[in-house]
Write a protein that binds this ligand. Structure first.
Ligand code: PGA
Ligand code: ZN
Length: 423
C-alpha cells in the first residue's frame, strides 16, 4: 500500500470569490522503484447550511493546521482511507469538527483519495468502484436559483429538472441545454433576464413562487418535451431558511404558513406541476411535519433530506424509524470525511432510501463529487445549474466518464427511479 510523503495546504478562491482550503497530498507507491503521485482537492462551502453540519473555520487557520498538525500526524502513514479519516477525526477531537475545521478535514480526506487513485494510475471513480459494475448518476440540474443563493429574491431555493425520459447522462445534459435556453428566452421576452444566481440557474424575477413553477413547466414544453413524461421538476425548498417564529415565511408570496398549510400548498403544487422530487420541504427540526408529508406524498415523489440529515448516518436511521423522507443528499463537507459520507450512503441503501451526491453553492473547478457518485454507485447527482464553469466542469467530467464506460450502452436508471404512479 502507498505511503504518505507529504501533506500541504494553501488558500485558493471559490465561485463566490471567497477563500477556501486546497489540500495536496504526495504519496509513494509500494515497492522500492515505485513512483510518487500527488492528489489535490478543494473544500466547497454552503450558504444554506444545516445546524448539524461540520463547522468550517477561518481559512488561514485551517491552512495552518493542515501544514502543521495534520502534516505531522499523517506523514509516513499508509494511504488507507478509513484509517486516515479515523486519524483526522481523532486529531480534531470535537463532535462538530470545529477544531481542525470541516473545511480542512474534507479537503485532506478527499486529497488522500485522489492521491490513492493517482498512485494506482486510475481515475478516482474507478479506484472507488474496484471491480463493481457502475452506472452514470441521473442529474438534477437547476434552471432557476433562489433562496440564500439569490438574496431571497424567491423563497424556493432550487427549481431543477430531472430528464426522466433521457437514455443517458449525456442525453440528459443535451435536453437540459434545450430547457435552459427556453427558460432564458421566456425571461428575455418579459425583460426579466438578470443573469444567474450562485449555482448558475437564472436569477428568479417572478411575482410568486408558483409563477416560477409555471414558467419552468412552460420552458419544458417550449423546448419540445412533455412535462412529466420526458422531463420532471425537482424542488429544493430549503425550508430551514424559511422558519421564523414557529411558521414558514414566504416573503415573495407575503404569507406565513403553519406546517399544515405548507404541507397543503406543496400537495397542490404536486397536483398541478410535474414534480418528481422535493428536498427539505420542512425545517431541519420539524421531523413530525416531514414524516406526515412523507406518509402522504412519499409514494408518489422522492422526498429528500439535506439539512434534515446533514449526511449523518445516525440521523438517517432515526429518520427512517420515524418515516421521514425517502432519500438523502450526500455532501462530503457536511459531515467531514469520505468514510463518514460513505457510511451515510450505506445506511441509505440498508434503509431502502434513494441518494444524491451533491456539490455546494460555493464551488470550484474540483470535480471529485462526480467521481464519488459514479465510484460509489450513487444513482443521482446535483451540482447546480447549467452555466458557470464550476458547475459545467462537473457536468463535462460526467460526459468524459460516461464515454470511457462505453457511452449509451450503459444501463441508465432515470426511468426506473422516477416512474410516477398515475391517479
Ligand atoms: P448550500 O445549498 O450549498 O448553499 O448549503 C445547497 C442545498 O441546499 O442543496
Ligand atoms: Zn438543499
Amino acid at each position: 500500500m502507498a505511503k504518505i510523503l507529504e501533506v500541504l495546504a494553501r488558500s485558493v478562491w471559490d465561485s463566490r470569490g471567497r477563500p477556501t482550503v486546497e489540500a495536496q497530498v504526495a504519496v509513494k507507491g509500494a515497492g522500492r522503484s515505485a513512483a510518487t503521485a500527488v492528489g489535490r482537492a478543494i473544500a466547497p462551502a454552503g450558504a444554506s447550511t444545516g445546524s448539524g453540519e461540520a463547522k468550517c473555520i477561518d481559512v488561514r487557520q485551517a491552512v495552518h493546521l493542515i501544514n502543521t498538525e495534520v502534516r505531522s500526524s499523517l506523514t509516513g502513514k499508509k494511504l488507507d482511507q478509513e484509517s486516515i479519516d479515523r486519524s483526522l477525526i481523532a486529531l480534531d477531537g470535537t463532535p462538530d469538527k470545529s477544531r481542525l475545521g470541516g473545511n480542512a478535514i474534507v479537503a485532506v480526506s478527499l486529497a488522500c483519495a485522489q492521491a490513492a487513485a493517482a498512485a494506482a494510475k486510475k481515475p478516482l471513480w474507478k479506484h472507488l468502484a474496484g471491480e463493481r459494475p457502475v452506472a452514470m448518476p441521473v442529474p438534477q440540474i437547476q434552471i432557476f436559483g433562489g433562496g440564500a443563493h439569490a438574496r431571497g429574491r424567491m423563497d424556493v431555493q432550487d427549481l431543477m429538472i430531472i430528464c426522466t425520459g433521457a437514455g443517458s447522462f449525456t442525453e440528459s445534459l443535451a435536453w437540459t441545454a434545450e430547457v435552459y435556453r427556453a427558460a432564458g428566452a421566456r425571461l428575455a421576452k418579459r425583460n426579466a433576464l438578470y443573469g444567474v444566481a450562485d449555482e448558475g440557474g437564472y436569477w428568479p424575477a417572478f411575482k410568486s413562487n408558483e409563477e416560477a413553477l409555471a414558467e419552468l413547466t412552460g420552458a419544458i414544453s417550449d423546448a419540445g418535451f412533455e412535462p412529466g413524461a420526458d422531463v420532471g421538476i425537482a424542488l429544493d425548498i430549503a425550508a430551514t431558511q424559511l422558519w421564523r417564529g414557529g411558521r414558514y415565511h414566504l416573503a415573495l408570496d407575503k404569507r406565513d404558513l403553519s406546517a399544515e398549510q405548507l404541507h397543503a400548498m406543496l400537495l397542490g403544487w404536486i397536483e398541478r406541476y410535474p414534480i418528481v422530487s422535493i428536498e427539505d420541504p420542512f425545517a431541519e427540526h420539524d421531523a413530525e411535519a416531514m414524516a406526515s408529508f412523507t406518509r402522504t406524498a412519499g409514494g408518489r415523489i422522492q422526498i429528500v433530506g439535506d439539512d434534515f440529515f446533514v449526511t449523518d448516518w445516525k440521523k438517517l436511521q432515526q429518520g427512517k424509524a420515524r418515516g421521514a423522507c425517502n432519500a438523502v443528499l450526500l455532501k462530503p463537507n457536511q459531515v467531514g470525511t469520505l468514510t463518514e459520507t460513505l457510511a451515510c450512503w450505506r445506511a441509505a441503501q440498508e434503509a431502502g432510501y434513494g441518494a444524491i451526491v451533491s456539490a455546494r453553492s460555493g464551488e470550484t473547478e474540483d470535480v471529485s463529487v462526480v467521481h464519488l457518485a459514479v465510484g460509489w454507485g450513487v444513482p443521482q447527482l446535483k451540482v447546480g445549474g447549467f452555466s458557470r464553469s464550476e458547475r459545467m466542469a462537473k457536468w463535462n467530467e460526467g460526459i468524459r466518464i460516461e464515454e470511457s464506460l462505453g457511452g449509451n450502452k450503459l444501463p441508465y436508471p432515470a426511468r426506473r427511479l422516477f416512474q410516477r404512479p398515475t391517479g
